[in-house]
Write a protein that binds this ligand. Structure first.
Ligand code: ZN
Length: 311
């Protein structure tokens, strides 16, 4: 039996300033803050989820913003660049919007597509690319109408310390298909409309170091709990060491580190973010899993206040 992922489920990164994080991703980029919770392994740290209106798999960027986090360095063993898709004809709107907020952008071309690249205030690297694919966003905020709004992930650029090994795991374990090579990159495709194009530079990159401004892990989609267990077996058969299944409330997760140094997760599409809040209320309240509810008062006292000014 051989499963193939349909693409990226979510990407999770480190940050230092929760309020700046919300102001940038919800306010400037116009994503929806779909869940405000805590790091289940360290409940004194927020876990903030941004995505499309529903928090659909393939659109979800999440952060652990913690004021005491050290500064990271982008490099090998990480998702180097996170790619978002915008509608055709919207690239000028975004260059202008980012410039008006003092975000420096550069244009770059790969595989015949133009990318607008920039970083957030903590150094996390990302880019926007125009594509037809993917449903139009239904989340409208601060002048970002459906004609311009980010639809979700286009994919990611994986910075590997052993690119041949990373390529091998993408093809042989995750079931992605090689679709081309261009200017020192190889491109892989998965079946979903969003989060489906993965580029890998054809070089072994020096190790980065984890911390604010870097990606912690990339999660790949699986259909349900049963398929996830099959994944766990096939990952182990391929020589990797998957964790046990962890309940992340909004999906279930297994993790393994591939040989190129990047932490991979396989995450279930269900149950999704409406499991504990009404769809129109997503992201309004601090949500805790039931095992932390008895400690809500202490947790709320430690977390810094946070306001979503983008609503
Ligand atoms: Zn994750």
């Amino acid at each position: 039996m051989f499963n193939r992922t349909s693409g990226i489920h979510h990407i999770t990164a480190f940050a230092r300033h929760p309020q700046e994080n919300v102001d940038f991703y919800a306010g400037v980029l116009g994503l929806r803050l779909i869940k405000k919770t805590v790091n289940f392994d360290a409940p004194h740290v927020y876990h903030l989820y941004f995505g499309d209106e529903a928090g659909s798999p393939g659109t979800i960027l999440t952060f652990f913003p913690w004021s005491e986090a050290r500064q990271g360095r982008v490099g090998g063993g990480q998702v180097g660049i996170t790619t978002f898709v915008i509608p055709p004809g919207s690239i000028g709107f975004w260059e202008q919007r980012l410039a008006s907020r003092s975000v420096v952008t550069n244009r770059s071309i790969r595989f015949g597509e133009t990318y607008v690249q920039f970083t957030d205030s903590e150094g996390l690297r990302m880019e926007l690319v125009e594509r037809e694919e993917g449903p139009t966003s239904t989340w409208e905020v601060d002048g970002i109408t459906a004609d311009y709004a980010i639809k979700g992930f286009g994919g990611a650029v994986l910075f590997s310390t052993k690119h041949a090994d990373t390529i091998d795991v993408l093809e042989r374990v995750l079931g992605l298909v090689k679709v081309g090579e261009d200017a020192g990159y190889v491109r892989f495709q998965a079946t979903a409309e969003l989060g489906n194009l993965i580029d890998v530079p054809l070089e072994d990159m020096h190790h980065g170091s984890g911390g604010a401004g870097t990606v912690h892990h990339i999660a790949w989609r699986t259909r349900d709990d049963d398929e996830q267990l099959e994944w766990r077996e096939s990952v182990a058969r391929s020589g990797y060491a998957p964790t046990e299944v962890k309940d992340r409330q909004y999906f279930k997760a297994i993790y393994f580190r591939e040989s190129g140094g990047i932490l991979f997760e396989i995450a279930t599409d269900p149950p999704g973010f409406a499991r504990d809040e009404e769809p129109e209320e997503l992201g309004h309240k601090l949500m805790l899993p039931e095992w932390y509810e008895p400690n809500r008062a202490e947790i709320e006292a430690i977390l810094p206040p946070l306001k979503n000014n983008a609503k």
